[in-house]
Design a protein around this ligand. Structure first.
Ligand SMILES: C[S@@+](CC[C@H](N)C(=O)[O-])C[C@H]1O[C@@H](n2cnc3c(N)ncnc32)[C@H](O)[C@@H]1O
Length: 186
């Protein structure tokens, strides 16, 4: 099936806006972890704009920037080729915020990944998951299976997250999910 240009452009067009939105929500965080970071666009944006220390993790290094670079933000970012279900190289309770941007649906063990995300978050730390709703333009475009809000809520609850909030944004073409690790140290 040929993909019409306007649909492709919709997601390309809103991506910078979503980066900004994530930045706003996480502006008070310092140590941020981006799981499924792809080409590291988000981690670079966060480091450049908010001076955050951001680690990107991706199971494939194919999209990683070819050169580490000497830009101002380079010292505050690192990107590592690892399975997000295996974060043993990050100590527990050391991360202020975890982001999974358009990536959870591609990950084989979502439940293990969310458990790991919770483990590394400090008490009170936040998770943001950005996904595609099941019946969205993305489905027409890439013919992938996406989670329902109910499934995502169940995964997050099971992983131990609290105050879970899910809404559709950007003309209902994007799922915006947030949750917290409880402030009580458990
Ligand atoms: C659609 S891309 C999104 C990349 C990036 N977040 C963005 O928005 O540009 C999904 C990414 O998830 C990565 N991925 C899939 N399974 C993973 C896993 N188990 N651990 C870490 N990364 C994974 C893929 O390699 C891919 O780069």
């Amino acid at each position: 099936m040929s993909v019409s240009k306007p649909i492709v452009n919709f997601y390309d067009k809103i991506k910078p806006r979503l980066h900004q939105r994530i930045g706003q929500e996480l502006r008070l965080a310092y140590r941020v972890l981006d799981l499924g970071c792809g080409a590291c666009e988000l981690i670079r944006y966060l480091s450049r704009t908010y001076n955050q220390k951001v680690t990107g993790v991706d199971i494939s290094s194919n999209s990683f920037p070819k050169r580490r670079g000497v830009s101002k933000d380079a010292k505050n970012i690192r990107y590592i080729r690892k399975d997000a279900a295996k974060l043993s190289f990050i100590r527990s309770k050391t991360i202020d915020a975890v982001v999974i941007f358009w990536a959870l649906h591609e990950m084989e063990k979502p439940q293990s990944i969310l458990r790991q995300a919770r483990r590394v978050l400090r008490p009170g730390g936040k998770i943001i998951i950005v996904e595609f709703p099941r019946n969205s333009l993305a489905r027409k475009l890439w013919d992938e299976d996406y989670y329902t809000s109910r499934q995502l809520t169940a995964y997050l609850r099971k992983a131990g997250f609290e105050e879970i909030c899910i809404r559709k944004i950007e003309r209902k073409q994007v799922l915006w999910v947030t949750g917290f690790r409880s402030k009580n140290v458990r």
